[in-house]
Design a protein around this ligand. Structure first.
Ligand code: GRG
Length: 295
């Protein structure tokens, strides 16, 4: 199978897991469950859950546990963060994945609750799906809670919001924001996959470092695309960062330096991921593929 065929197969597996593990739209309360499904569907690239599945396959012929539930849990947290990020009190965006954002398609209170429910569901899925291996359930829960908590994802979002009010955070502040907002969930995806695959400690360290580099590269690419692409291609409002006076890699470093930084981070991610056993090549190729859009 070539990369795009393999990627399609793994995305399809994730979609199947989402369908199975999310409450049905017809369950009480149907409006909430419909909004949760809306937030989880609609053309997300599924990068993080595919990374979970791909990292899990590296280490053993017979992995410690099936990584699909962990992959869905990661995507639940990602979807919640996007729903909340789009709300009027945060980024106030109307478009996500080429469709109305959740609060536009439903209403603000429903979107808020759907985000809350997706975040909570992520931990229910982990506790329920891995209860046969309590040490694994606990390690996965800790990894995801740390990535999503106040020291990483939510802390990064807070600093990003504050920077909009107080002015440019400078290169180090910007790196802190993006390590927390973007890299944390990518690191967690690779580490959670490694945990399900039964990876040894040194491989978990390498997955974490690869995730950090990949996450930063991903964010720099996102900033470059925001500045250079259009709303139709992106499926979300282009040029919004500059209009909001947001600090991005492009506004802080300039477009050429941002391109160079994206290349450096992505080369370092590819090197780290290629050094993993098994089909580490797939993860490296996936990284190259997702970052190649601005080269
Ligand atoms: C509200 C706690 C809280 C956090 C929000 C994720 C986030 C933090 C903000 C979204 C805005 C943003 C630029 C985040 C950086 C990460 C990023 C590029 C997210 C979009 O990820 P993709 O491109 O999205 O993988 P899809 O739609 O493909 O799932």
């Amino acid at each position: 199978m070539d990369l795009s065929e393999e990627l399609r197969a793994r995305v399809a597996r994730v979609e199947g897991g989402i369908e199975r593990l999310l409450p049905g739209a017809g369950e009480p309360s149907p409006r909430l469950h419909t909004a949760m499904r809306y937030a989880m569907q609609g053309g997300g690239k599924r990068l993080r859950p595919v990374m979970v599945l791909s990292a899990a396959r590296l280490f053993r012929e017979h992995p410690r546990a099936d990584a699909l539930a962990a992959a869905v849990a990661v995507e639940c947290v990602h979807a919640y963060s996007l729903v909340h990020d789009d709300l009027p009190c945060m980024d106030n965006d109307d478009l996500r994945r080429g469709r109305p954002t959740a609060h536009r398609a439903f209403d603000e209170a429903t979107a808020l609750l759907a985000g809350d429910a997706l975040l909570t569901l992520a931990f229910e899925i982990l506790a329920d799906s891995y209860r046969g291996d309590p040490a694994l359930a606990s390690a996965l829960t800790l990894e995801l809670a740390r990535a999503a908590g106040s020291r990483r994802l939510i802390g990064g979002q807070m600093e990003d919001l504050l920077a909009e009010r107080t002015g440019a955070p400078g290169p180090l502040g910007l790196e802190y924001i993006h390590l927390s907002k973007t890299a944390a969930m990518i690191e967690a995806s690779l580490v959670m996959g490694g945990l399900c695959g039964g990876a040894p400690e040194e491989a978990l360290v390498r997955l974490r470092s690869g995730g950090r580099e990949l996450g930063l590269a991903f964010q720099i690419v996102d900033d470059i695309l925001d500045a250079t692409s259009d709303t139709q291609t992106l499926g979300k409002t282009a040029g919004k960062d500059a209009r909001a006076g947001k600090a991005t890699y492009v506004s802080v470093h300039g477009i050429e330096a941002a391109r160079r930084l994206a290349r450096e981070r992505s080369d370092s991610a590819v090197e780290l991921l290629s050094s993993l056993p098994g089909d580490g090549g797939f993860l490296a190729a996936l990284a190259q593929n997702m970052l190649g859009r601005v080269r």
